[in-house]
Design a protein around this ligand. Structure first.
Ligand code: CU
Length: 97
């Protein structure tokens, strides 16, 4: 059962690689996010960021208080992401990694 699940994950991963290869390469931005005080906060921040059109993947680092976002530069702008987290109650600034 476990093996099946792993295989499924691998195929999803490969499919997403193909999709990325065809479309424009995503850009990465790291946001420094304020107000993340418990482990549920990153979930809210992630959801807010994923609602921004053009955002592909969101990775939250709760310890560092950062959100690393891969996005389609034709559709999304980092300013839209800081606005989205701020509206969700987590002001963020564009940082660097
Ligand atoms: Cu919280």
């Amino acid at each position: 059962m476990r093996k099946v699940k792993l295989l499924l994950c691998v195929s999803i991963f490969l499919n997403s690689c193909v999709a990325v290869a065809i479309a424009a390469p995503p850009e990465m931005v790291t946001l420094a996010v304020k107000n993340m005080t418990c482990e549920l906060c990153p979930v809210t921040v992630k959801k807010a960021l994923e609602k921004v059109p053009g955002v592909r993947t969101v990775r939250i680092d709760y310890d560092k208080k950062t959100a690393t976002v891969a996005f389609d530069p034709d559709k999304a702008k980092p300013e839209m992401m800081t606005k989205a987290t701020t509206e969700a109650g987590y002001p963020s600034v564009i940082g660097k990694e």
